[in-house]
Each structure stands twice: as C-alpha cells, then as structure tokens.
Design a protein around this ligand. Structure first.
Ligand code: URA
Length: 223
C-alpha cells in the first residue's frame, strides 16, 4: 500500500488545512465544509495523475484535436456523515463518476471494545473499476476498513484510492495490515498528525469533522 502525504510539499492545500484546523475560522460551517470540499478537489487532481488515459479524437469548430482522456471507470464512495463534503470535492472534479454511500456507527461490543458497524449501503458494481473512498479523519482506520471491506461485496476494484484529510500513523498501519499491504491500494492524506487521544480524536487534528460540518450531534445515551 502506497501512502501519499500531500503536505510533504508546500501548496495551496496548506491554506485549506490551516483554515479547517483554526478554532477562529473552523466555526463557520459554510467555510469549513467548503474547505473540506476544496481538499477533495485538490486531492482529486492529484489522484487523476495516477489514472489510466486513452487518446480521444475531438472535433473542434476548426479541426480535430487528440485529447488524452481518463479511461478508468470511477466509483466515488463515502461514509456518512462527515465524508460528504470531501466526497463532493471529488465529484466536482470527477463529475461523471458513479457513487456509493455507506453509513456506519461506533459501538462498544460485549468485550468492552470499540467497533464500527456498517449499516446502510447503496453502491454500484465495483469489479474492475477504480474506487475512491473519501473519509476525512483517519483516526483509528476502523471506519475506512469496515467501509472498504463492505464495498468489496460489490466487486474487486482495479485499484482503490483511500482518501482522507488528516490521518494518524497508527491508523495508516492498521489499514495497511487489514488490507494485507495490497499494492492495489493507495492511501492519500493532506496531513499526518502524531496523536490519537483516549476519546479516539486526532491531536492536534481539528475536532469533530462531522459536527463542524453539520452541527453537534447528541448521543441518545447522554440524554
Ligand atoms: N473523527 C473526527 O471527526 N475527528 C477526529 O479527530 C477523529 C475522528
């Protein structure tokens, strides 16, 4: 599994990252969602450099031009709810792609361990296609792993690009192990942060991406 950390090179991506992390800026939900979307758009451009292309003849008003055009069939997938703006960023760029949506939730199992359970899934056939999974915060890696494995029920992709805004080193290693270090998977992130705290938040991170996008959720058990 190849890992690509886009902030290893300075670019405008750093500005989007700065704004989603900054407590004085991130509280504007419209700007927060748009910045996550812009990270998706930027990452999509980078992913596009790794896709397969074929020459296509195009008739212009004056002559014909040959344009190398993406030949991969793309499926964009995300995990509700925090993944939606990152997914939209990819869809803004890969506007002809098919789409897959999953829901997953965290629960503590009988052994007192945290686990992620995949629930709803609406997905097209994935066999032989290029799968892009958008999940902004790769904290433990569990939701990405559960989501990706659920998607495999719809076929084996030619290649999978697992895309997040911020990852932790332990999540990257967990995904690598769960996917048997597959050469057919590339993990993309905009930054790698060092710490996963006891509440499974990334530190320094940015807080709760879903809440910043869509408002604070409540847990029925807290009422
Ligand atoms: N999900 C988030 O939204 N933030 C984290 O830090 C970890 C998981």
């Amino acid at each position: 599994m190849n890992v690509i950390n886009l902030s290893e090179h300075n670019s405008v991506l750093n500005q989007f990252l700065r704004e989603i992390r900054d407590v004085n800026i991130q509280k504007d939900p419209l700007r927060f969602r748009r910045n996550i979307e812009r990270i998706g758009e930027f990452m999509a451009m980078e992913v596009s450099k790794k896709l397969d292309y074929q020459p296509v003849e195009v008739q212009t008003p004056l002559a014909t031009a040959t344009v190398n055009t993406i030949s991969d069939q793309l499926v964009l997938a995300t995990i509700l709810r925090a993944g939606m703006p990152l997914h939209q960023g990819f869809l803004n760029v890969f506007d002809r792609a098919d789409n897959a949506f999953l829901s997953a939730y965290r629960r503590v199992n009988g052994k007192g361990e945290l686990e992620i359970v995949a629930e709803y899934m609406a997905a097209p056939a994935i066999d032989g296609k290029t799968l892009i999974v958008a999940d902004p915060m790769l904290a433990t890696g569990m939701s990405m792993e559960v989501g990706y494995l659920a998607l495999l029920r719809h076929g084996t992709p030619k290649h999978a690009h697992l895309c997040c805004a911020i990852a932790t080193p332990q999540a990257i290693e967990s995904v690598r192990k769960t996917l048997n270090d597959s050469p057919d998977v590339t993990l993309w992130c905009a930054a790698i942060d060092p710490i996963l705290n006891e509440k499974k938040y990334i530190v320094p991170g940015l807080g709760d991406a879903g809440d910043l996008c869509y408002g604070t959720k409540i847990h029925l058990s807290d009422r």
